[in-house]
Design a protein around this ligand. Structure first.
Ligand code: BT5
Length: 320
């Protein structure tokens, strides 16, 4: 309902309560109540006794009605759950993904202004203050669980593209899930899934982007290696636009992946790679492997040429 009111308020300078009530087929009191709700979420709406209501300020909040207005995807983000604050969008998304039978559709989005317990991989923390983009997308791909790495890689490509389109800033992908600008982390991806036999039941792709944030808000030990888009561009970045662009790119690459045409995504991934051609150390949990990152294969695994010349295929790990 508030979305409909906003639509009319955007179209004209002033719209009377009477006209709104007529168009939406509700009482003027109901309109007044909805206007109060909009004001409470940060919209500035002035009212004139004769002319009616006028929208003078839209908050930079990631509200569903703001994201969906002008969102040109077919199914990603058609359903949005918005939270001013929650623990982790991935946690909520995973709970919701279990309820597919009750109508939680593919492409459902969970988005928050702030996370109090944002998650990185392997139990690591993800700091998520106000001003960033913290979101998770629910997917139900008819793919084998081995596709999980490819989903992370295609998400990274979508994020790099969206950042470039919205800010002109060039970023690079550090295998498998980091996006860097000037060697500093601006974005991280956390892909989680559940599978039965050889088919994925659900996937939750979580992505965090430091947008309008001061990296000095982060704990001291990670400050040196983190950055935000605002810090690079020197000005505030429109988060709603960036979310919309990311969702569009994400849907495009996900469709390619579902057609099992990953090689074309991989080609793009390689263009943005920060990892290939470098001498690196990869922590794979039980040990650290050192060598030159020579390739990413068709399954999204990193191919490392070890010092003895032998090739190692690494499915998941942390590059240090
Ligand atoms: C990641 O893990 O990079 C995955 C981050 C995923 C975050 C999104 S936000 C929406 C969704 N909901 C969640 O709860 N999570 C997802 P990993 O590769 O393990 O990196 C974690 C490491 O990145 C930490 O140990 C820190 O060193 C660093 N870090 C933490 N917060 C950061 C931030 N905001 N920006 C840059 N680096 C950060």
């Amino acid at each position: 309902m508030t979305g409909d009111i906003l639509k009319f308020l955007r179209e004209k300078e002033y719209v009377s309560g009477e006209v709104l009530a007529h168009k939406l087929n509700i009482s003027r009191v109901a309109i007044w109540k909805q206007i109060q709700r909009l004001k409470a979420t940060g919209y500035k709406i002035i009212s004139d006794q004769n002319l009616g209501y006028c929208l003078v300020f839209r908050p930079d909040l990631l509200l569903p009605q703001e994201i969906q207005r002008g969102l040109s995807t077919n199914y990603i983000g058609k359903e949005i759950y918005y939270f001013p604050e929650l623990k982790s969008t991935n946690i909520i998304a995973k709970e919701k993904a279990l309820h597919r039978a009750e109508g939680i559709e593919e492409g459902t989005l969970i988005i928050a202004e702030r996370q109090s317990a944002g998650k990185g991989r392997l139990g690591r923390k993800w700091f998520s203050p106000v001003g960033g983009i913290w979101l998770s997308v629910i997917l139900y791909p008819q793919l084998s669980p081995s596709y999980i790495s490819r989903i992370t890689l295609m998400t990274a490509v979508a994020a790099v593209k969206a950042i470039k389109i919205c800010t002109q800033i060039k970023s690079q992908i550090k295998w498998p899930n980091d996006i860097l600008i000037n060697e500093k982390k601006v974005c991280g991806i956390l892909t989680e899934m559940s599978a039965e036999l050889d088919i994925i039941s659900w996937v939750v792709v979580g992505i965090g982007i430091n947008v309008n944030i001061d990296h000095r808000e982060f704990p001291e030990d990670i400050q040196e290696n983190t950055i935000s888009l605002k810090e690079v561009s020197g000005k505030e970045v429109l988060r709603v636009k960036l979310v919309q662009t990311f969702l569009k790119e994400f849907e495009k690459y996900y469709e390619i992946l579902k057609r099992r045409e990953f090689s074309s995504v991989l080609k793009e991934w390689k263009l943005y790679s920060h990892t290939l051609g470098k001498k690196i150390r990869v922590d794979i949990g039980e040990r650290i492997i050192t060598g030159e990152a020579v390739d990413i294969n068709e399954e999204g695994a990193l191919i490392l040429k070890k010092e003895d010349g032998e090739l190692a295929e690494i499915i998941s790990g942390t590059v240090t």
